[in-house]
Design a protein around this ligand. Structure first.
Ligand SMILES: *Cc1c(COP(=O)(O)O)cnc(C)c1O
Length: 381
């Protein structure tokens, strides 16, 4: 690879030993991962919260969401296995990511999206990268069913998170958090839609924890490469995993699939999550829970992060912070805790929503010095 020797080259390079790749796997990557873990400075103070809140900004992946972590893995393996086309159902980000990685690999991508219920930026990405976009007159859950059915008849590899390589790639987010903090957080909060990501986080944290992987700390530090876990960061505990949903699409809170999911947070507008059992096991094993927020609360948090921290995430991502704040205030998350929230996608993907809900003053003036000065003096007052 014609790279500067010290350059970061993506997850499959960085965590090769911990992922299902071999020397013969053709690696398809866009140097995904390695996203920043940012400390929230203003929001906890404003809210009178005594806790360290960190956000893992997955919106800074190459296509603007965490889906890239799973896609580099899934597309590399699909290529290795001789597949020439991939397919997914998507609320938007999976299709954007699949389209980009397919382009990189020289494969064809087919993406099924709910007609009219996808953020415009995500659609632009899928189209720009040359995917065949199939709009269906149904929601994500319909798309998921159709993808499963179609893949039985057509030579296409499914790259939704039911593809086990997706979760393997996505588990690396936990490795990065443990590396950045030097330990596992006490709580990890994230949005839940199809529920693959919460399950992937749990796989990753479990692999960092010696008690769970049946090997002793010393062996991992000193085995010099023979231990299968060599290269995995170490943590002596796992976090409590907390999953947050939108009120209109909250099957885990209601305890059953939701027929007609609806929310402004289109990335989590899912009523029949595919990783149902894995997500329930994650909550049970970690001592975690699920909760839901209405659209107004989600949008208010999205705006708060943008206005008070300079972090622009999508509505679906913001629900993790809505949840962390509420549960810290109520004491359900203990005071003094270290909390990490995954901000799953970038706010620019859904600029329509952002502009519609912004209350930032927009002043129109004549193109004259006095007019601009008066506008500024007026706003400063
Ligand atoms: C896909 C996605 C989610 C939901 O993740 P699941 O693994 O389906 O639970 C949340 N937020 C964003 C921005 C997404 O793209």
């Amino acid at each position: 690879m014609p790279d500067a020797p010290r350059a970061y080259r993506g997850l499959l390079d960085r965590y090769r030993r911990r992922l299902p790749v071999s020397d013969s796997t053709p690696i398809v990557n866009l140097y995904e991962g390695n996203t920043p873990l940012l400390h929230l400075e203003n929001i906890p103070r404003d809210a009178g919260i005594d806790a360290e809140i960190w956000v893992k900004f997955e919106g800074l992946n190459p296509t603007g969401s965490f889906k890239d972590r799973g896609m580099t893995m899934a597309v590399s393996r699909a290529l290795e296995e001789g597949s020439r086309a991939i397919i997914c159902a998507s609320t938007g980000n999976t299709s954007a990511s699949a389209a980009a990685y397919a382009a990189r690999a020289g494969m064809q991508a087919f993406v099924l999206i709910p007609d009219g219920k996808i953020a415009v930026g995500k659609l632009a990405q899928a189209m720009m990268h040359g995917a065949t976009v199939i709009k269906i007159g149904g929601n994500f859950d319909d798309g998921m069913r159709l993808v499963r059915e179609t893949a039985e008849e057509a030579p296409v590899t499914i790259v939704n998170s039911i593809n086990p390589y997706r979760l393997q790639g996505q588990k690396t987010v936990a490795f990065e958090v443990v590396e950045a903090l030097g330990r596992a957080p006490d709580y990890h909060c994230l949005p839940v839609g199809n529920a693959g990501n919460i399950s992937a986080h749990w796989i990753g944290y479990s692999e960092c924890c010696p008690e769970e992987r049946n090997c002793i700390t010393e062996a991992c530090n000193f085995c010099g490469g023979d231990c299968p876990y060599a290269g995995t960061p170490l943590a002596d505990s796992r976090p409590v995993m907390v999953g947050y949903q939108a009120r209109g699409a909250a099957p885990f809170v209601e305890g059953h699939p939701v027929e007609k999911p609806d929310t402004v947070a289109t990335a989590i507008r899912i009523g029949n999550p595919q990783s149902w059992d894995l997500a329930l096991a994650t909550a049970r094993e970690s001592g975690g829970w699920f909760d839901a927020f209405d659209d107004d609360a989600i949008l208010a948090t999205q705006k708060l992060l943008a206005e008070r921290e300079g972090i622009f995430c999508e509505p679906a991502s913001a629900v993790a912070v809505s949840g962390a704040i509420k549960d810290l205030k109520s004491g359900r998350i203990a005071a003094g805790s270290t909390v990490v929230c995954t901000l799953t996608g970038h706010g620019l993907k859904d600029s329509d929503i952002a502009i519609a809900q912004s209350s930032a003053p927009v002043i129109t003036v004549r193109a004259e010095r006095n007019a601009v000065r008066d506008a500024i003096m007026g706003a400063l007052a």
